[in-house]
Design a protein around this ligand. Structure first.
Ligand SMILES: [Zn+2]
Length: 410
Protein backbone atom coordinates (compact mmCIF):
# COMPACT_ATOMS: atom_id res chain seq x y z
CA UNK A 1 0.00 0.00 0.00
CA UNK A 2 1.20 3.49 -0.80
CA UNK A 3 -0.17 6.98 -0.38
CA UNK A 4 -1.48 8.76 -3.44
CA UNK A 5 -1.81 12.51 -3.75
CA UNK A 6 -4.21 13.92 -6.34
CA UNK A 7 -4.51 17.63 -6.99
CA UNK A 8 -8.12 17.82 -8.12
CA UNK A 9 -7.92 21.51 -8.98
CA UNK A 10 -4.63 23.39 -8.76
CA UNK A 11 -6.40 26.59 -7.82
CA UNK A 12 -5.15 28.82 -10.60
CA UNK A 13 -5.91 31.31 -9.21
CA UNK A 14 -8.53 29.89 -6.85
CA UNK A 15 -10.58 26.81 -6.00
CA UNK A 16 -7.69 24.60 -4.83
CA UNK A 17 -8.77 21.04 -3.98
CA UNK A 18 -6.70 17.92 -3.43
CA UNK A 19 -6.98 14.46 -1.97
CA UNK A 20 -4.68 12.20 0.02
CA UNK A 21 -5.51 8.54 -0.40
CA UNK A 22 -4.25 5.55 1.54
CA UNK A 23 -5.72 2.04 1.44
CA UNK A 24 -9.48 2.27 1.22
CA UNK A 25 -9.67 5.86 2.50
CA UNK A 26 -9.58 9.24 0.86
CA UNK A 27 -9.19 12.61 2.64
CA UNK A 28 -10.31 15.49 0.44
CA UNK A 29 -9.09 18.99 1.29
CA UNK A 30 -11.21 22.06 0.55
CA UNK A 31 -14.22 22.10 -1.71
CA UNK A 32 -14.79 25.54 -3.18
CA UNK A 33 -15.61 27.24 -6.44
CA UNK A 34 -13.25 29.31 -8.54
CA UNK A 35 -13.53 33.05 -8.03
CA UNK A 36 -12.77 34.41 -11.47
CA UNK A 37 -15.21 37.19 -12.36
CA UNK A 38 -15.57 37.59 -16.09
CA UNK A 39 -13.78 34.29 -16.77
CA UNK A 40 -15.75 31.72 -14.80
CA UNK A 41 -18.92 30.88 -16.75
CA UNK A 42 -21.00 31.45 -13.65
CA UNK A 43 -19.87 34.90 -12.58
CA UNK A 44 -20.89 38.54 -12.92
CA UNK A 45 -24.44 37.74 -11.91
CA UNK A 46 -24.88 34.53 -13.95
CA UNK A 47 -25.93 31.84 -11.51
CA UNK A 48 -26.64 28.11 -11.74
CA UNK A 49 -30.36 27.62 -12.25
CA UNK A 50 -32.52 27.01 -9.16
CA UNK A 51 -33.10 23.33 -8.46
CA UNK A 52 -30.29 22.20 -10.78
CA UNK A 53 -27.33 24.03 -9.28
CA UNK A 54 -24.98 21.08 -8.99
CA UNK A 55 -25.80 19.74 -12.45
CA UNK A 56 -25.13 23.18 -13.93
CA UNK A 57 -21.82 23.54 -12.08
CA UNK A 58 -20.70 20.06 -13.16
CA UNK A 59 -21.71 20.79 -16.75
CA UNK A 60 -19.31 23.75 -16.98
CA UNK A 61 -16.55 22.10 -14.90
CA UNK A 62 -17.06 24.51 -12.03
CA UNK A 63 -17.52 21.48 -9.77
CA UNK A 64 -15.28 18.40 -10.05
CA UNK A 65 -16.70 15.08 -11.22
CA UNK A 66 -15.89 13.06 -8.12
CA UNK A 67 -17.56 9.75 -7.38
CA UNK A 68 -18.97 9.09 -3.96
CA UNK A 69 -19.34 12.61 -2.60
CA UNK A 70 -22.55 14.06 -4.08
CA UNK A 71 -25.48 11.70 -4.75
CA UNK A 72 -24.24 8.87 -2.60
CA UNK A 73 -21.42 8.58 -0.12
CA UNK A 74 -18.78 6.03 -1.06
CA UNK A 75 -17.94 5.21 2.57
CA UNK A 76 -14.29 6.10 1.92
CA UNK A 77 -14.15 9.87 1.47
CA UNK A 78 -13.97 12.46 4.26
CA UNK A 79 -13.71 16.21 3.62
CA UNK A 80 -11.54 18.70 5.52
CA UNK A 81 -12.09 22.45 5.15
CA UNK A 82 -9.39 25.04 5.86
CA UNK A 83 -11.52 28.21 6.14
CA UNK A 84 -14.81 29.78 5.15
CA UNK A 85 -13.88 31.58 1.92
CA UNK A 86 -16.08 30.54 -1.00
CA UNK A 87 -13.16 29.38 -3.11
CA UNK A 88 -12.55 26.79 -0.38
CA UNK A 89 -16.15 26.01 0.63
CA UNK A 90 -18.56 26.95 -2.18
CA UNK A 91 -19.39 23.32 -3.03
CA UNK A 92 -19.77 22.06 0.55
CA UNK A 93 -23.55 22.48 0.32
CA UNK A 94 -23.63 19.74 -2.32
CA UNK A 95 -21.80 17.12 -0.23
CA UNK A 96 -23.84 14.05 0.69
CA UNK A 97 -25.25 14.32 4.23
CA UNK A 98 -23.55 11.08 5.34
CA UNK A 99 -20.07 12.16 4.26
CA UNK A 100 -17.82 13.04 7.23
CA UNK A 101 -17.12 16.77 7.05
CA UNK A 102 -14.53 18.44 9.30
CA UNK A 103 -13.70 22.11 9.70
CA UNK A 104 -11.90 24.26 12.27
CA UNK A 105 -13.87 24.92 15.45
CA UNK A 106 -12.55 28.50 15.30
CA UNK A 107 -14.73 29.23 12.27
CA UNK A 108 -17.95 27.75 13.69
CA UNK A 109 -19.40 31.02 14.95
CA UNK A 110 -18.70 32.76 11.65
CA UNK A 111 -19.97 29.79 9.66
CA UNK A 112 -23.26 29.69 11.55
CA UNK A 113 -23.69 33.47 11.21
CA UNK A 114 -22.91 33.45 7.46
CA UNK A 115 -25.24 30.50 6.84
CA UNK A 116 -27.97 32.12 8.92
CA UNK A 117 -27.67 35.40 7.00
CA UNK A 118 -27.89 33.58 3.66
CA UNK A 119 -24.34 34.75 2.94
CA UNK A 120 -22.67 31.36 2.54
CA UNK A 121 -24.78 28.24 2.18
CA UNK A 122 -23.62 25.16 4.02
CA UNK A 123 -24.56 21.51 4.16
CA UNK A 124 -27.14 20.15 6.57
CA UNK A 125 -25.89 18.48 8.79
CA UNK A 126 -23.07 20.95 9.26
CA UNK A 127 -20.35 18.43 10.13
CA UNK A 128 -17.73 18.31 12.82
CA UNK A 129 -15.91 21.38 14.19
CA UNK A 130 -12.37 20.34 15.17
CA UNK A 131 -10.31 22.10 17.84
CA UNK A 132 -6.95 23.60 16.91
CA UNK A 133 -4.06 21.11 17.19
CA UNK A 134 -6.51 18.20 17.32
CA UNK A 135 -6.03 15.20 15.09
CA UNK A 136 -8.64 13.31 13.12
CA UNK A 137 -7.82 9.76 12.11
CA UNK A 138 -9.39 8.67 8.88
CA UNK A 139 -8.26 5.08 8.49
CA UNK A 140 -4.49 5.34 8.51
CA UNK A 141 -4.56 8.97 7.38
CA UNK A 142 -4.01 11.32 10.32
CA UNK A 143 -5.04 14.94 9.84
CA UNK A 144 -3.86 17.55 12.34
CA UNK A 145 -5.52 20.99 12.38
CA UNK A 146 -2.93 23.75 12.82
CA UNK A 147 -4.29 27.32 12.91
CA UNK A 148 -2.90 30.00 10.58
CA UNK A 149 -3.54 33.72 10.28
CA UNK A 150 -5.72 34.78 7.33
CA UNK A 151 -8.27 37.60 6.95
CA UNK A 152 -11.17 35.92 8.70
CA UNK A 153 -11.62 33.98 11.96
CA UNK A 154 -10.78 30.31 12.27
CA UNK A 155 -8.45 29.64 9.32
CA UNK A 156 -6.33 26.54 9.53
CA UNK A 157 -3.59 24.64 7.78
CA UNK A 158 -3.13 20.89 8.06
CA UNK A 159 -0.34 18.45 8.77
CA UNK A 160 -1.22 15.08 7.29
CA UNK A 161 0.57 11.85 8.11
CA UNK A 162 0.16 8.45 6.52
CA UNK A 163 2.33 5.36 7.05
CA UNK A 164 4.63 6.41 4.19
CA UNK A 165 4.23 10.19 3.71
CA UNK A 166 4.08 13.41 5.71
CA UNK A 167 2.45 16.39 4.07
CA UNK A 168 1.51 19.88 5.14
CA UNK A 169 -1.07 22.14 3.51
CA UNK A 170 -0.72 25.85 4.22
CA UNK A 171 -4.38 26.73 3.76
CA UNK A 172 -4.57 30.46 3.01
CA UNK A 173 -2.18 32.29 5.28
CA UNK A 174 -0.19 35.46 5.84
CA UNK A 175 2.53 36.79 8.09
CA UNK A 176 1.62 40.49 7.94
CA UNK A 177 -1.69 40.12 9.80
CA UNK A 178 -2.58 40.68 13.44
CA UNK A 179 -1.63 37.12 14.47
CA UNK A 180 1.66 36.24 12.79
CA UNK A 181 2.38 33.83 15.65
CA UNK A 182 -0.32 31.52 14.31
CA UNK A 183 1.30 31.18 10.89
CA UNK A 184 4.67 30.79 12.60
CA UNK A 185 3.16 27.98 14.68
CA UNK A 186 2.06 26.25 11.50
CA UNK A 187 5.53 26.62 10.05
CA UNK A 188 7.00 24.99 13.14
CA UNK A 189 4.45 22.17 13.13
CA UNK A 190 5.09 21.45 9.46
CA UNK A 191 8.90 21.52 9.70
CA UNK A 192 10.59 18.76 7.76
CA UNK A 193 7.53 17.26 6.05
CA UNK A 194 8.04 15.34 2.84
CA UNK A 195 5.66 17.59 0.89
CA UNK A 196 4.40 21.12 1.51
CA UNK A 197 1.40 22.30 -0.52
CA UNK A 198 1.82 26.05 -0.31
CA UNK A 199 -0.70 28.72 -1.30
CA UNK A 200 1.04 31.24 -3.54
CA UNK A 201 -1.79 33.63 -4.36
CA UNK A 202 0.50 36.68 -4.32
CA UNK A 203 2.65 35.30 -7.14
CA UNK A 204 1.27 36.67 -10.35
CA UNK A 205 2.43 37.65 -13.81
CA UNK A 206 0.08 40.62 -13.92
CA UNK A 207 1.81 43.86 -14.70
CA UNK A 208 2.22 45.81 -11.46
CA UNK A 209 0.77 48.77 -13.33
CA UNK A 210 -2.53 46.91 -13.59
CA UNK A 211 -2.80 46.62 -9.84
CA UNK A 212 -1.20 49.76 -8.44
CA UNK A 213 -1.32 49.16 -4.76
CA UNK A 214 0.80 49.71 -1.74
CA UNK A 215 0.87 46.45 0.19
CA UNK A 216 -0.15 47.31 3.74
CA UNK A 217 0.00 45.10 6.78
CA UNK A 218 -3.30 44.59 8.56
CA UNK A 219 -2.29 46.98 11.35
CA UNK A 220 -1.26 49.62 8.79
CA UNK A 221 -4.63 49.16 7.08
CA UNK A 222 -6.42 49.64 10.39
CA UNK A 223 -4.36 52.79 11.06
CA UNK A 224 -5.33 54.05 7.59
CA UNK A 225 -9.02 53.51 8.37
CA UNK A 226 -8.67 55.35 11.67
CA UNK A 227 -7.09 58.30 9.87
CA UNK A 228 -9.89 58.44 7.32
CA UNK A 229 -12.56 58.31 10.02
CA UNK A 230 -10.93 61.35 11.60
CA UNK A 231 -10.29 63.27 8.39
CA UNK A 232 -13.32 62.69 6.15
CA UNK A 233 -15.83 65.37 6.98
CA UNK A 234 -18.87 64.09 5.13
CA UNK A 235 -20.19 60.56 4.92
CA UNK A 236 -17.69 57.71 4.80
CA UNK A 237 -19.12 54.89 2.68
CA UNK A 238 -17.13 51.70 3.09
CA UNK A 239 -16.98 48.64 0.87
CA UNK A 240 -15.50 46.06 3.19
CA UNK A 241 -15.36 42.36 3.72
CA UNK A 242 -17.81 41.43 6.48
CA UNK A 243 -16.07 38.14 7.33
CA UNK A 244 -13.00 40.09 8.40
CA UNK A 245 -14.54 40.69 11.78
CA UNK A 246 -11.39 42.16 13.31
CA UNK A 247 -11.19 44.90 10.70
CA UNK A 248 -14.91 45.66 10.94
CA UNK A 249 -14.69 46.02 14.69
CA UNK A 250 -11.52 48.11 14.47
CA UNK A 251 -13.37 50.46 12.12
CA UNK A 252 -16.32 50.50 14.51
CA UNK A 253 -14.04 51.46 17.41
CA UNK A 254 -12.45 54.24 15.34
CA UNK A 255 -15.91 55.61 14.53
CA UNK A 256 -16.97 55.47 18.18
CA UNK A 257 -13.79 57.33 19.18
CA UNK A 258 -14.61 60.02 16.60
CA UNK A 259 -18.22 60.23 17.77
CA UNK A 260 -19.61 58.94 14.49
CA UNK A 261 -22.07 56.08 14.07
CA UNK A 262 -20.93 53.04 12.09
CA UNK A 263 -23.87 51.30 10.45
CA UNK A 264 -23.99 48.14 8.34
CA UNK A 265 -26.45 46.38 6.07
CA UNK A 266 -28.32 43.79 8.19
CA UNK A 267 -26.89 40.68 6.46
CA UNK A 268 -23.32 42.00 6.54
CA UNK A 269 -23.78 43.03 10.18
CA UNK A 270 -24.89 39.50 11.06
CA UNK A 271 -21.77 38.05 9.41
CA UNK A 272 -19.50 40.58 11.10
CA UNK A 273 -21.24 40.33 14.50
CA UNK A 274 -21.73 44.12 14.45
CA UNK A 275 -24.78 45.38 16.38
CA UNK A 276 -25.64 48.58 14.46
CA UNK A 277 -27.55 48.37 11.17
CA UNK A 278 -29.48 50.64 8.85
CA UNK A 279 -32.62 49.95 6.85
CA UNK A 280 -33.83 53.38 5.75
CA UNK A 281 -31.11 55.29 3.87
CA UNK A 282 -32.98 58.57 4.40
CA UNK A 283 -32.55 58.17 8.16
CA UNK A 284 -28.77 57.71 8.02
CA UNK A 285 -26.94 60.62 9.75
CA UNK A 286 -24.93 62.85 7.42
CA UNK A 287 -21.68 62.17 9.25
CA UNK A 288 -22.12 58.39 9.42
CA UNK A 289 -19.67 55.70 8.45
CA UNK A 290 -21.69 53.29 6.43
CA UNK A 291 -20.93 49.85 5.05
CA UNK A 292 -22.42 49.44 1.59
CA UNK A 293 -21.96 46.43 -0.67
CA UNK A 294 -21.48 46.62 -4.43
CA UNK A 295 -25.01 45.32 -5.07
CA UNK A 296 -26.43 48.20 -3.06
CA UNK A 297 -24.57 51.04 -4.77
CA UNK A 298 -27.92 52.49 -5.98
CA UNK A 299 -28.67 53.23 -2.31
CA UNK A 300 -26.30 56.20 -2.80
CA UNK A 301 -29.19 57.86 -4.64
CA UNK A 302 -31.14 58.01 -1.38
CA UNK A 303 -28.15 58.57 0.87
CA UNK A 304 -27.21 61.77 -1.02
CA UNK A 305 -23.66 61.94 0.37
CA UNK A 306 -22.89 65.54 1.41
CA UNK A 307 -19.84 67.42 0.10
CA UNK A 308 -16.60 66.11 1.60
CA UNK A 309 -17.80 62.48 1.55
CA UNK A 310 -15.55 59.59 0.58
CA UNK A 311 -15.96 56.10 -0.84
CA UNK A 312 -13.54 53.71 0.80
CA UNK A 313 -12.69 50.34 -0.70
CA UNK A 314 -11.38 48.02 1.99
CA UNK A 315 -11.27 44.55 0.43
CA UNK A 316 -14.97 44.09 -0.34
CA UNK A 317 -16.32 42.86 -3.68
CA UNK A 318 -15.19 43.50 -6.38
CA UNK A 319 -11.78 42.70 -4.97
CA UNK A 320 -9.62 44.49 -7.50
CA UNK A 321 -9.10 45.88 -10.97
CA UNK A 322 -9.06 42.32 -12.40
CA UNK A 323 -12.82 42.25 -11.80
CA UNK A 324 -14.79 43.82 -14.68
CA UNK A 325 -17.14 45.41 -12.12
CA UNK A 326 -14.33 47.53 -10.68
CA UNK A 327 -14.80 50.62 -12.90
CA UNK A 328 -18.42 50.82 -11.71
CA UNK A 329 -17.25 51.49 -8.17
CA UNK A 330 -15.20 54.44 -9.33
CA UNK A 331 -18.00 55.68 -11.57
CA UNK A 332 -20.60 55.66 -8.78
CA UNK A 333 -18.24 57.40 -6.38
CA UNK A 334 -17.37 60.00 -9.02
CA UNK A 335 -21.02 60.63 -9.87
CA UNK A 336 -21.74 61.56 -6.26
CA UNK A 337 -18.59 63.67 -5.98
CA UNK A 338 -17.00 61.33 -3.47
CA UNK A 339 -13.26 60.90 -3.11
CA UNK A 340 -12.29 57.31 -3.96
CA UNK A 341 -9.88 55.80 -1.46
CA UNK A 342 -8.45 52.32 -1.18
CA UNK A 343 -7.12 50.99 2.11
CA UNK A 344 -6.77 47.27 2.59
CA UNK A 345 -4.47 44.40 3.36
CA UNK A 346 -4.25 41.08 1.60
CA UNK A 347 -5.07 37.84 3.41
CA UNK A 348 -2.27 36.10 1.55
CA UNK A 349 1.45 35.80 2.20
CA UNK A 350 3.62 38.37 0.49
CA UNK A 351 6.12 36.89 -1.99
CA UNK A 352 9.06 37.35 0.40
CA UNK A 353 7.10 35.67 3.20
CA UNK A 354 6.32 32.70 0.94
CA UNK A 355 10.06 32.15 0.54
CA UNK A 356 10.56 32.54 4.28
CA UNK A 357 7.80 30.08 5.14
CA UNK A 358 9.02 27.47 2.69
CA UNK A 359 12.61 27.86 3.92
CA UNK A 360 11.52 27.48 7.52
CA UNK A 361 9.33 24.45 6.84
CA UNK A 362 12.21 23.01 4.82
CA UNK A 363 10.11 20.34 3.14
CA UNK A 364 11.51 17.66 0.90
CA UNK A 365 9.36 19.09 -1.86
CA UNK A 366 7.16 22.15 -2.20
CA UNK A 367 4.10 22.12 -4.43
CA UNK A 368 3.04 25.71 -5.05
CA UNK A 369 -0.69 26.04 -5.77
CA UNK A 370 -3.57 28.52 -5.57
CA UNK A 371 -1.69 30.93 -7.86
CA UNK A 372 -1.70 32.37 -11.36
CA UNK A 373 2.05 31.83 -11.52
CA UNK A 374 3.02 28.96 -9.18
CA UNK A 375 6.25 28.43 -11.12
CA UNK A 376 7.56 31.67 -9.62
CA UNK A 377 7.89 30.07 -6.18
CA UNK A 378 11.59 29.22 -6.14
CA UNK A 379 13.27 28.69 -2.80
CA UNK A 380 16.99 27.95 -2.64
CA UNK A 381 17.64 24.41 -1.50
CA UNK A 382 14.03 23.23 -1.76
CA UNK A 383 12.77 21.24 -4.74
CA UNK A 384 9.66 22.66 -6.31
CA UNK A 385 7.05 20.85 -8.37
CA UNK A 386 4.07 22.60 -9.94
CA UNK A 387 1.40 19.92 -9.62
CA UNK A 388 -0.45 18.59 -12.61
CA UNK A 389 -4.18 18.38 -11.90
CA UNK A 390 -5.79 14.93 -11.68
CA UNK A 391 -2.47 13.10 -12.03
CA UNK A 392 -1.96 10.79 -9.06
CA UNK A 393 1.43 11.17 -7.35
CA UNK A 394 2.69 8.23 -5.28
CA UNK A 395 4.52 8.75 -1.99
CA UNK A 396 7.59 7.15 -3.52
CA UNK A 397 7.59 9.51 -6.46
CA UNK A 398 7.06 12.57 -4.26
CA UNK A 399 9.90 11.61 -1.96
CA UNK A 400 12.18 10.91 -4.91
CA UNK A 401 11.38 14.36 -6.35
CA UNK A 402 12.41 16.05 -3.11
CA UNK A 403 15.97 17.06 -2.40
CA UNK A 404 16.93 17.60 1.20
CA UNK A 405 19.04 20.53 2.20
CA UNK A 406 22.26 20.03 4.11
CA UNK A 407 20.62 21.14 7.35
CA UNK A 408 19.31 18.07 9.16
CA UNK A 409 15.64 17.59 9.69
CA UNK A 410 14.61 18.41 13.23
ZN1 LIG B 1 -8.98 32.50 1.72
Amino acid sequence: MSTRLVIVNAGSPTGLKFSVEFGDRRALFDFGVEHAPGRALFSLGLKPRPGRELRDLLAVSAAPRLEGVYDAWDGRTAVFISHLHLDHTGLVRFLHPDLPLHYPAGMEELRAAAAGAGYAEWRDPAGQPVADRSRVNWGEIEVEFVAVDHDLPGATGFVVRTPDLSLAYSGDQRRHGLHPELTEGFTAAARGVDVLIQEAVSLTLLEPALEPRVELSESEAVAGLERLVREVKGMLVVNLYAMNRERVHALGRACAAAGRPFLMEPAAAAVAAWPHTFEDPAAVPRDACLQLSFENLPTLIDLRPPPGSAYLHSDGQPLGVFDPRWPLLEAWAAHFGMAFVRVGSSGHSRPADLVRTVSEVNPGLVMPAHSRAPQLLQVPGVSSLVPEPLRPYSAEELKAAGVRRATPRS
